[in-house]
Design a protein around this ligand. Structure first.
Ligand SMILES: NC(=O)c1ccc[n+]([C@@H]2O[C@H](COP(=O)([O-])OP(=O)(O)OC[C@H]3O[C@@H](n4cnc5c(N)ncnc54)[C@H](OP(=O)(O)O)[C@@H]3O)[C@@H](O)[C@H]2O)c1
Length: 290
């Protein structure tokens, strides 16, 4: 049965800690402050409930303010949403060996966004080395225990980094690993390591950053279902069970990217798309860092 945009944006993925997060979230990378303000408000109005930010993106403040002003607007917030209905992720820019510096950095993010707490806080990458990774994780763990952050995860972690963290038997287990993932880079090895520990994959750059929209196979699959290449890519991500984070600053694309409930990719088409893997890196790839 066909699902509406609202249905799709209400879908949630269950995590190993028993909580759940929206399956389609708006990515906030490469948005100016003004674009963030506009896009977050449009997205909330269109039914988005999850937002993927980071210290690095420099727009935690604008994202948080846009969420708060939407929530307090009686004309926009017609559904009567509250803070608890919204999911906001941020990420630590740099891993450090100085525990206090990381704790302070997390507190700064909470303050900056103004949302009272951050739903999900990630180590943005494994860069910095063994000691910095484990010290930073400890600080994130303690931020969860202190209630500054609800849940914790990692990003750009390769299989060896996941093994390294899990070997310490952390008090707080990572609920997600956010990695580049789309048909042009399917990340089978890292996905297997995540699965071993019940870690949900968050697929970043799910649209391959727009770099393969003219691919012939992707185009043929899109034509078969009467949808756009972007919609095929989001659908592929959802059918793999990922949390997916398509970014757009355009109102019509925000809707288009979530308007994927009217079709289901047949297994043969998922396989065709899987076959496009060329290990494409659209931005950076620190998954093999020492
Ligand atoms: N953890 C990490 O290291 C990391 C790294 C990269 C990304 N991320 C996260 O993942 C999110 C998504 O990744 P991304 O922003 O790099 O790339 P993406 O979502 O794969 O692609 C975004 C690009 O596609 C365009 N686009 C959006 N919708 C489209 C549509 N329907 N048709 C055609 N083009 C479309 C966008 O342009 P317009 O904006 O002009 O529409 C933009 O140029 C980020 O925003 C961020 O939250 C995380």
């Amino acid at each position: 049965m066909s699902e509406t945009v609202t249905d799709m944006l209400s879908r949630r993925v269950k995590l190993s800690n028993g909580l759940s997060i929206p399956q389609i979230q708006l990515g906030l990378y490469m948005m100016s402050g003004a674009e963030t303000t506009r896009s977050v408000r449009w997205a909330l109005g269109g039914g988005y409930r999850g937002f993927d930010g980071a210290q690095w993106y420099g727009n935690e403040r604008e994202a948080g303010q846009a969420i708060l002003s939407f929530l307090s607007s009686s004309t926009e917030n017609t559904a009567g949403l509250t803070r608890e209905d919204i999911h906001f992720t941020s990420k630590l820019k740099d891993n450090r060996t100085n525990y206090d510096a990381v704790r302070a950095s997390i507190c700064k993010s909470v303050k900056e966004c103004g949302l009272g707490y951050i739903d999900l806080f990630l180590l943005h990458s494994p860069l910095g080395g063994h000691e910095a990774r484990l010290t930073s994780w400890k600080a994130v763990e303690d931020a969860v225990l202190a209630g500054e952050v609800k849940m914790a995860g990692v990003s750009n972690y390769g299989a060896k980094h996941i093994e390294e963290l899990m070997a310490t038997e952390p008090k707080v287990r990572p609920v997600v690993n956010q990695i580049e993932c789309h048909p042009f880079n399917t990340q089978t090895e890292i996905r297997a390591a995540c699965e071993k520990y019940g870690i949900v994959v968050e697929a970043y750059a799910p649209l391959a950053r727009g770099m393969r929209m003219r691919d012939r196979t992707l185009g043929a699959v899109a034509k078969k279902y009467g949808v756009t290449p972007a919609q095929v890519l989001v659908r592929w991500s959802l059918q793999k069970g990922f949390v997916t984070l398509p970014k757009s600053v355009k109102k019509e694309r925000l809707v288009e990217n979530a308007d994927v409930g009217g079709f289901e990719l047949a297994e043969e088409d998922v396989k065709k798309l899987d076959g496009l893997d060329e290990k494409l890196v659209t931005d950076w790839d620190p998954t093999d860092a020492d």
